[in-house]
Design a binder for this molecule. Sequence first.
Ligand code: ZN
Ligand code: ZN
Length: 274
Amino acid sequence: MNGFLRTVREEKTPAGSAAVWWLGQMGLMIRLGEMVLCVDYYASGSPDRRFLPPVPVDEVTDVDVFLGTHDHLDHMDHAAWRVWAKKCPNAFFVFPRAHLASVLRDGVRKEKCLCMDDGETVKIGNVTVRAVAAAHEFLRRDPASGAYPCLQYVIEGNGVRLYHAGDTLRYEGMLPKLKALGPIDFALLPINGRDGERYRRDCIGNMTFQEAADLAGELRPGLTVPGHWDMFANNSADPEAFADYLDAKYGGEVPCLIPKAASLIRVSASGRAG
Ligand SMILES: [Zn+2]
Ligand SMILES: [Zn+2]
């Protein structure tokens, strides 16, 4: 087994804790009790990426659940999903219902597809995943399926609750939906923002670092981690500016960590802001 994945499997997560490894951009590997989940892992090579994937595509094994928030290369990496459908035949794949046809084309068996839409919940073993619509950059439904093509996930298990924001802006009603799911112990938020130059080249946007900091300031996760700033030079933001703004505006009351790729982040329910 790949050395990193052996570490993930061997990491102990007592009740009330999780182990999380950021894999670049919005990618996460999560150990929750006995389960290993892999979210939005962009594992394929590309000349534009600033660093190699921490785990090569074909060394990813022993993952129980793969999750993708939306059908962009750096989130639902179809080339990788085609490999993982074969390498991890027992794994479940969680993704927005609007993308079912493309995931079936990846070779994922229908009984392993867990399609989601806004407000829906799936349970996999002791882990519960709840979906919230994402506004990337618009809050629109897919005309064919009627479902939201971009989602955020709140993942709960082992006594902790983790929030993966996918790619999104903050929209009217989003914060109450998230708050209704209960206190968040860990949040990964995109901070790369948006502008005309990126929009003109079909690069739709995310929260600015200030908007992401304000979401964290109101949601009060036990730990907030900025994402989506590292992978592409032409679609980036400064995580230090995010951390500084969050600290200044909220008086240091919202713990924040600027992640290093593939290094362990321990999450505990005891850090909850309530
Ligand atoms: Zn995207
Ligand atoms: Zn993205």
